[in-house]
Design a protein around this ligand. Structure first.
Ligand code: UDP
Ligand code: MG
Length: 335
């Protein structure tokens, strides 16, 4: 198979207002990097707006563009996975649809990749414009907590905006897990990875699709996906509490034998409440891992593709593709 020099993979959820500008800027950046030898892969992650019709329109007018319509909203990381499965370039750029990550940096990122002999050039956010203090603070805290619990060194303040070589992508795609924290998985792959500092722009249009609930979910996926440290904390907590309870046993025994053992509502309540909370917390934590084990064990496809628009080829690499209208006509013709 003839591979394009560059694939640009863009997951989109309710980004209709950004698509034209995105297409123009990404195409221009790709042209100045590799001439005509590129493809753009757009993934519509079950948008509720007119993103899909807009993608169909764009793919009809630009042979560089292929668009995939997922069967519903599967979430950013799985939409991205679908695009990464479909794309076939020698180099792969992952970028957000909202133009917060300037496509124009592509040329410099390729330059860094060539100069450093790197397999991954990941963009590190120096500044984040137009994002709430809350978002910045939670994001900053998240990357630091994650760093402290994981064994894989996951770069701080790094989103999915990055340039990868084919061999790094192939290694990434060999990982079958459902709960995908792609920036961490890429770090896990290894090879030579170099940072690329940049200033994150404001959204071109629309608003963030990462409300607190989704952020939390990504954070829990990240921690549980890359570390069993919380399970270790559970046993540490257990050991510490055992020690405390041994001391209490002595204290209680002394009270019993000296006959001073009647009052003590406060201490009883304290112990009940604290131990109850600690047990629930640990149970919940174990439950997180157990639930993930359960979900992984079902081995469902990561995403379902409803439609594909634009250049054909590569569908076989997608997890599941619903039969397309042209398949039906081919079948009719054969009958
Ligand atoms: N996105 C997606 N599916 C979702 C949520 C987001 O494909 O369920 C895409 C979105 O279109 C964008 C990228 O993921 O291209 C990052 O989302 P967003 O800009 O909302 O996140 P933020 O930059 O605010 O963290
Ligand atoms: Mg954004």
């Amino acid at each position: 198979m003839l591979r394009p020099a560059l694939s640009i993979v863009i997951p989109c959820y309710n980004e209709a207002a950004c698509l034209d500008q995105l297409h123009a800027r990404v195409s221009a950046a790709a042209r100045s990097a590799v001439g005509e030898d590129y493809e753009i892969v757009l993934i519509n992650d079950g948008s509720k707006d007119a993103s899909w019709p807009a993608m169909q329109r764009l793919s009809a007018s630009d042979r560089h563009l292929v668009a995939v319509n997922l069967s519903r909203n599967h979430g950013h990381q799985l939409a991205l996975t679908a695009g990464l499965d479909l794309c076939s370039g020698e180099q792969i750029l992952i970028i957000d649809a909202d133009l917060q990550d300037p496509p124009e940096l592509l040329v410099d990122m390729r330059e860094t990749m060539a100069r450093e002999g790197a397999d991954v050039v990941y963009a590190v956010r120096r500044k984040r414009q137009g994002e709430t203090l809350f978002k910045k603070a939670t994001a900053a805290a998240f990357y630091r907590v994650l760093d402290s619990v994981t064994d894989t060194p996951i770069p701080l303040d790094t989103g999915d905006f990055r340039l990868m070589t084919r061999r790094a992508l192939d290694a990434l795609q060999a990982m079958p897990e459902q709960a995908r924290f792609i920036r961490g998985m890429v770090a896990w792959v290894g090879f030579r990875q170099v940072p690329f500092p940049y200033d994150r722009a404001e959204r071109f249009a629309g608003e963030t699709n990462y409300p607190l609930a989704k952020m939390l979910r990504l954070a829990i996926d990240a921690v549980t996906g890359f570390s069993t440290a919380p399970l270790r904390w559970a046993s540490h907590l257990g050991i510490a509490l055992t020690f405390v309870s041994l001391l209490l046993v002595v204290y209680i025994a002394v009270g019993f034998f000296t006959g001073s053992a009647v009052q003590g509502w406060t201490s009883t309540m304290l112990i009940t409440v604290v131990l109850g909370a600690a047990q629930m917390f640990v149970l919940g934590m174990i439950g997180e891992y157990l639930g993930r084990l359960y979900i992984e064990s079902k081995r469902r496809p990561l995403y379902l593709v409803a439609d594909i628009a634009g250049r054909a080829g590569g569908e076989a690499r997608l997890g599941y593709v619903a039969p397309q209208p042209q398949d039906a006509t081919v079948r009719e013709a054969a009958e």
